[in-house]
Design a protein around this ligand. Structure first.
Ligand code: F6R
Length: 611
């Protein structure tokens, strides 16, 4: 959560920082602010999105070759101008932005108050900033030294960027548990929560690690640990093009990303799936082939949509690999005392690779001897780096806050991992595997076909957009699809929606069914088909309004629907990759119909880097 940007060099910092903040708005948009350094240190900040900041800076003095900027997802203190970053220290000489949570801020705040400090905001950030300044003044030390001393007292997570008006061309940055990338230009440096703010200026970046401190000047990048030892920055080359983070003619990123799925799934399968030879190459995890062959148990850890991908994969793994599979919410897992044996396999699933709960959960499991395999989208992200091995999803940057293309890419990767393990363990016949691989190869074309049915989906969205609640039902492989459909609708349209296993409906949710309630039933042809049709009958009998996701030409299912969305036939194991597409589009068009900001739904942020 929260996006941070920094620049120091010869150009004007303001336009670079503002552009960077727009790219990082997906991380939070409660308030925005910049600090600019020229002859004086100037701070402008405003509640709301970057556009609101631009309005208040019109006609203001915006010069300066060093600047930092912040887009906030509120944790401590309500969204307001007062709580917006950057914060200024009591002396007015230091400006700081922060992403993360200082857990012991209450204690630090009390210490400051006892010394007579008067804080202007409710944020943990302002507390930490003044704590740093207090140390600097008391010890008559450099800012760098004061930061080091302060951070040793801090518990929690942070990326901080500071400007000191006494060092006008320097930004000091430090990180623990939140992401920080530094872009290396010619006589200039860029800082960001991810690489998107620096893409058009440089492809050379350094990913800063936890407990590292960076002193960033136009001509120099000094990296140190908290023990003041100098480190050699490891410069990596970015493999993302600018076009990938732009809308490309679509009205919203979410729509663009939904429509990218034939390509993203294809990219994900490319070079890995070999239907002709009946094999899968996943070079990242191949070094763990023996461990995977012998494993007794796989635990999947994730949050939100990624958790739904894990839940779908549980069915596939059980079927193909005959393994004990558990799928855990990272936020629960990290605070339990889970039984982990050395050699257990943990599959960490994350689009951003930065989700705080997932990170800590795998850190704990790693400490207990588990093998961590990451299924991550963002290359070089914290989870990717913390995993022993893994497979990237290669979906490209996902900017819409609601996850779409990352989900189908996760399903594609997890399916290939299951097939690979099944083959290693000899728990799937070569004949079945070959058939599945051919089917998997055909998925991108089938997704393309579903995307050509958008007009009927728009019509259905219009018809049902005013409903107060929705119920989503599915069974077997389609149960997680129902959960994902409900989550998408909640996020994008703010309509209350619940996902449920179709057969569980009788144990409670059926009480909700009346002539007002749309019930989306994922009812494609699979081994549970007859049972799900019976569930649809039960809803119909109670006057519920059935919207069916059904297989093309399934007239029996069609008869039970008030409205229907059609998908091509597929093996039930692979069907979730298809069935979720109309649900993503339905949520999108209902959100648009209701006038919601679908790319930036209220209260949400793309990268949940606080717990
Ligand atoms: C839903 C959504 C979230 C994320 C969750 C995990 O549309 O985007 O539920 O799936 O916050 O994020 P990652 O996958 O980045 O760990």
């Amino acid at each position: 959560m929260c996006g941070i940007v920094g620049y120091t060099g010869l150009r004007d910092a303001y336009p670079i920082v503002i552009k960077g903040l727009k790219r990082l708005e997906y991380r939070g948009y409660d308030s925005t602010g910049v600090a600019l350094m020229s002859d004086t240190l100037r701070v402008y900040k405003k509640m709301g999105k970057v556009a609101s900041l631009e309005e208040i800076t019109l006609g203001k003095e915006l010069g300066g070759n060093t600047g930092i900027g912040h887009t906030r997802w509120a944790t401590h203190g309500e969204p307001s101008d007062r709580n917006a970053h950057p914060h200024l220290s009591a002396s007015g000489k230091l400006a700081m932005i922060h992403n993360g949570i200082i857990e012991n801020y209450g204690q630090l705040k009390q210490e400051l108050i006892n010394k007579g400090y008067q804080l202007k905001s409710d944020t943990d950030t302002e507390v930490l900033l003044n704590f740093i300044e207090e140390i600097k003044n008391n010890n008559a030390c450099s800012l760098e030294e004061a930061i080091r001393i302060a951070l040793k007292r801090v518990t929690g997570t942070y990326v901080i960027l500071l400007i000191d008006s006494e060092m006008p061309d320097t930004i000091i940055a430090a990180r623990k548990g939140s992401p920080l990338v530094i872009g290396i230009g010619k006589g200039e440096h860029f800082l960001g929560s991810d690489a998107s703010p620096m893409l058009e200026y440089t492809k050379e970046v350094v990913y800063v690690n936890d407990y590292e401190l960076a002193i960033v000047k136009p001509q120099e990048l000094i990296l140190k640990n908290l023990g003041n030892e100098r480190l050699t920055p490891y410069v990596q080359k970015l493999d993302i093009e600018l076009a990938a983070i732009e809308k490309g003619g679509y009205e919203h990123f979410m729509l663009k990303e939904i429509f990218e799925q034939p390509k993203t799934i294809f990219d994900c399968l490319r070079g890995r799936l070999h239907a002709d030879t009946g094999t899968i190459t996943l070079s990242g995890i191949e070094q763990y082939s023996k461990a995977l062959q012998k494993a007794n148990r796989i635990v999947m850890i994730a949050c939100g949509t990624s958790w739904h991908a894990g839940l779908t994969a549980e069915y596939i793994f059980e079927e193909c690999c005959r393994l004990n599979v558990e799928v855990e919410y990272a936020s629960e897992f990290r605070y339990r005392n889970p039984v982990i044996h050395p050699g257990d396999i943990i599959l960490a699933i994350s689009q951003s690779g930065e989700t705080a709960d997932t990170l800590v959960a795998i850190e704990n499991a790693k400490a207990k001897g588990a093998i961590i395999l990451g299924v991550v989208n963002v290359v070089g992200s914290s989870i990717a780096r913390m995993s022993h091995a893994g497979a990237y999803t290669h979906a490209g940057p996902e900017i819409g806050v609601a996850s779409t293309k990352a989900f189908t890419a996760q399903l594609a990767v997890l399916t290939m991992i299951a097939f690979k393990i099944g083959q290693l363990r000899n728990t799937i016949s070569q004949e079945r595997l070959s058939a599945l691989l051919h089917e998997l190869e055909a998925i991108p074309a089938k997704v393309e076909k579903i995307l050509s049915y958008v007009e009927p989906i728009k019509k259905i969205a219009k018809q049902y957009a005013q409903a107060r609640d929705f119920l989503y039902l599915g069974r077997g492989y389609n149960f997680p699809v129902a959960l994902e459909g409900a989550l998408k609708l909640k996020e994008i349209s703010y309509i209350h929606a619940e996902g449920y296993p179709a057969a569980e409906m009788k144990h409670g949710p059926i009480a909700l069914v009346d002539e007002q309630l749309p019930v989306v039933v994922v009812a494609t042809r699979d081994s549970y088909h007859e049972k799900v049709l019976s569930n649809m009958q039960e809803i119909k009998a109670r006057k519920g309004r059935v919207i069916g996701i059904i297989t093309e030409e399934d007239t029996a299912a069609l008869e039970l629907c008030e409205a229907a969305l059609h998908v091509p036939a597929a093996d039930e194991m692979l069907a979730p990759m298809l069935n979720v597409i109309p649900l993503q589009l339905l949520a999108y068009y209902i959100g648009v119909e209701k006038g919601c900001d679908v790319d930036k739904p209220r209260n949400l942020a793309k990268s949940v880097t606080v717990e």
